[in-house]
Design a protein around this ligand. Structure first.
Ligand code: SF4
Length: 506
């Protein structure tokens, strides 16, 4: 009956949509990324975008997650005031049931990333609940659902400021974006909320990311109002920073800039910025009581004819025999293909290892970092005979506080992650003659195809944060910090900013 929403239609539609967005990028994002690929002149950034596009198509075909971080679920509901619910649960309970169902789907299991007691035990809730639910009552007898699965790396870069009313928004954005580093996996979208109060500005920023990417249309037709003028100005100025894909230096840092505004107090100008990453995932549908929603499957022609392959200059490296002397010959920017065994570990494992070392406790039997590389990753569980599910890198900056201890006390040779390292960590890498390599954040399924086997070595209770040993074959990485402390995340953007400046001066 029209206007009566059955529990199963609501739960099933949200669960299906979460599965859908785990493996289908929105077509507008793929088109914008393809455009960026064609326009990119930086070889390193072009290689990274090729990996993202190839990964995107592989996920669409294989129905496996675009990224190992399958996101925190954020749902915006516009609920008609005449809607009746054929359900006993609360709306939030139904949304959480949908999340549970989607993330535990045995055919395409998704990674549960939510932890309870965030200041204490940080225990994984096991099913990625709870979701973040925003509800609004609106006229009508329909329920409009907009949902997203938001990656932690980009969410961590959310920024808020209260500007003076006379301050310039574009100046603030251009000053702030470089401080976000590359952990948000550019190229992506900047969502900006302006006005209201602090919490309203943040909400507007998040909501703005749900709009379709239309920057190329906007550029072609020209801005029609002040907000569009600002979007265009910020887009041009941020891309002129030269940060580029994965922060490697290049022409495309943002594919679009979205702005939503709201009236504010005469004394204030609250502004919020939330980036969306290479794993941009959102869906929209309406329920009117006539049954569950079905989302359209993107036409395969959406994906461009781009098939990533290793650069001819990429050097094969045998991880089982590599030495410190050999690693010392690698230069920042070199592309490598890793084969052999590596260990994994991220936040919780590092914290535990550091604590054990500080207490003088022996590490678990079989855990030996000598001459090994550690890959910062929390993989998705395998399905259908996979060695491991999608397993892209996580943001390395979070491991900075443990790196000196790891390099100094475990004889670790190097690390693999994504994004830049802090100054003190770069000094430590140089002092220990170590190296830091990066894989492409957001190309998780493609990366996982290089992993031939996986076994848990230590801390099985940590789930996806346990220490695994992966056997890899031709895993593509780039040297981000070499043993002399040169960082591609410094040199790349500097070089491309200069080139862009030169180009616009001529
Ligand atoms: S693309 Fe990057 S920021 Fe986005 S979910 Fe994946 S790892 Fe996180």
């Amino acid at each position: 009956m029209r206007g009566t929403i059955r529990r199963e239609d609501f739960v099933g539609s949200i669960a299906d949509a979460l599965q859908h967005i785990s493996y289908f990028h929105p077509p507008d994002y793929v088109r914008a990324l393809a455009h960026a690929y064609r326009a990119e002149e930086s070889p390193a950034a072009r290689d990274a975008i090729a990996q993202l596009l190839t990964n995107s198509r592989m996920c669409a075909e294989g129905h496996r997650p675009i990224c190992q971080d399958t996101g925190i679920v954020v749902v915006f509901l516009d609920i008609g005031m005449s809607v009746r619910w054929d359900a006993d649960d609360s709306v939030e309970q139904m949304v959480n049931e949908a999340v549970r169902r989607a993330y535990r789907d045995p055919d395409n299991i998704l990674r549960a990333s939510m932890v309870a007691d965030p200041l204490g035990t940080r225990k994984n809730t096991g099913d990625n609940t709870p979701a973040i639910v925003h509800m609004k009552l609106v006229p009508g007898d329909e329920v409009h659902v907009r949902l997203a699965a938001k990656g932690g790396g980009s969410e961590n870069k959310a920024t808020f400021a209260t500007l003076n009313p006379s301050d310039n928004l574009a100046d603030w954005v251009v000053k702030t974006v470089p401080t976000m580093g590359a952990g948000w996996c550019p190229p992506g979208i900047l969502g900006i909320g302006v006005g209201g109060t602090a919490e309203k500005a943040m909400l507007l920023a998040k909501e703005s990311l749900l709009a379709p990417i239309d920057m190329h249309e906007l550029k072609a037709r020209g801005p029609a109002n002040r907000i569009e003028e600002l979007r265009l100005a910020i887009y041009e100025r941020v891309n002129a920073l030269g940060i580029g894909a994965q922060g490697l230096g290049g022409l495309s840092t943002v594919l679009d800039v979205k702005i939503l505004d709201y009236p504010s107090h005469a004394a204030s100008l609250p502004v919020a910025m939330i980036p969306n990453c290479a794993a941009t995932r959102h869906a929209h549908f309406t329920l009117d009581g006539s049954g569950p929603a079905t989302l359209p499957v993107p036409d395969p022609s959406v994906w461009p004819e781009v098939q990533w392959g290793p650069a001819p200059s990429a050097r094969p490296i045998d991880l089982d025999s590599v030495t410190k002397d050999e690693a010392a010959t690698w230069k920042a920017g070199d592309m490598l293909l890793l084969s052999g065994r590596l260990l994994t570990g991220r936040d919780a494992a590092h914290q535990r290892v550091a604590r054990m070392l500080a207490n003088g406790e022996p590490l678990p039997e079989g855990l030996d970092f000598t001459n090994r590389f550690i890959y910062y990753v929390g993989p998705v569980d395998p399905v259908r005979g996979e060695a491991v599910g999608p397993a892209g890198p996580t943001t390395a900056t979070r491991m900075d506080k443990f790196t000196d201890v790891m390099l100094g006390q475990t004889r670790l040779l190097g690390m693999i992650g994504k994004a830049e390292r802090g100054g003190a960590t770069i000094d430590s890498i140089k002092r220990h003659g170590a190296v830091y390599l990066i894989a492409v954040g957001g190309a998780a399924y493609l990366v996982s195809k290089a992993i031939r086997s996986s076994r848990v070595v230590a801390f099985p209770d940590l789930g996806m944060e346990a220490i695994y040993e992966f056997e890899v074959e031709n895993m593509p990485v780039t040297v981000a910090v070499d043993s002399e402390g040169r960082s591609i995340h410094q040199t790349g953007p500097e070089e491309w900013r200069r080139r862009i400046e030169l180009k616009s001066a001529n």
